[in-house]
Design a protein around this ligand. Structure first.
Ligand code: NDP
Length: 246
């Protein structure tokens, strides 16, 4: 029997891209999902799609940069299902720019969503996981969590931070039987590049993204990490398009 069936899984950033693909993949393997993102119309549509194929998903509109809303998300999952088996901190933004341009609002958003959102997600689920001495926290970093390129200074900074936070969490919580997984995608065909504010840069990044793989490839990797027996932790996976060089 699948080790995913009946697991209670929270996923943030499910309204598009990797989160949406992961929700569908896990629902098809019998997970019971709590869907979180800000765009309610997308959440409703995804919930219906999952239900139409025999899956089970609830949703709650959530901004991951709000500590209170992340606590409400975990409380909602506990109230509805009684436990949280897996937390997938997937929500992220990538408005690339050079440091010189001083796009401080964009820096703040990246730090709030990509770092604080992950921390708030961890903080919200850790107490109940510790109590049960069981749980799995999956944080989505990036290949940009391993390398930097011009315009990725701040984005890479946030994704390096996800690596450090997750490795620290692993060491702190392994004796509580809590697994951690870092997912590092390469180029994936999603809406991520839509929010780059410089039109020329957006065009050139979109051009580079022509090699991008389908988000289902990342969803399968996440499912692989979850379906391992509980004494096996897949701590990190890097998934690139075969032809991606860096
Ligand atoms: P998308 O832009 O398609 O999805 C991003 C998701 O994050 C959306 O569902 C969006 O939902 C959600 N989100 C953004 N801000 C917030 C917020 N404040 N609160 C809650 N949800 C939020 O991109 P991807 O699917 O590609 O991104 C998923 C993750 O994968 C990100 O962490 C990204 O950094 C990472 N990644 C992606 C790569 C790629 O090439 N695509 C490569 C490496 C890593 P909504 O706007 O409705 O809130």
């Amino acid at each position: 029997m699948s080790n995913i069936k009946d697991k209670i899984v929270i996923i943030t950033g499910v309204s598009s891209g990797i989160g949406e693909a992961t929700a569908k993949e896990l629902a098809s393997k019998g997970a019971k999902l709590v869907l979180a993102a800000r765009r309610e119309d997308r959440l409703i549509k995804l919930q219906q799609e999952i239900q139409n194929t025999g899956g089970l998903a609830l949703y709650i509109v959530t901004d991951v940069s709000s500590h209170e809303q992340m606590e409400e998300l975990a409380d909602f999952a506990l109230k509805e299902f009684g436990k949280i088996d897996v937390m997938i901190n997937n929500a992220g933004v990538m408005p690339l720019s050079t440091v010189y341009e001083k796009k401080m609002n964009e820096w703040d958003t990246m730090i709030d969503v990509n770092i604080k959102g992950v921390l708030y997600g961890i903080a919200a689920v850790l107490p109940s996981m510790r109590e049960r001495k069981e749980g799995h926290i999956i944080n989505v970093s990036s290949v940009a969590g391993h390398l930097v390129f011009p315009t990725s200074s701040v984005y890479s900074g946030t994704k390096f931070a996800v690596l450090a936070i997750t490795e620290g969490l692993r060491q702190e919580e392994c004796n509580n039987n809590i697994r951690t997984t870092i997912i590092c995608p390469g180029s994936v065909d999603t809406e991520l590049t839509d929010h780059i504010s410089d039109a020329n840069l957006k065009h050139s990044i979109k051009k580079q993204s022509e090699i991008a793989i389908h988000p289902n490839s990342i969803a399968r990797a996440i499912a692989f990490a979850i379906e391992q027996p509980s004494d096996v932790a897949i701590n990190e996976l890097i998934i690139r398009p075969t032809i991606q060089q860096l």
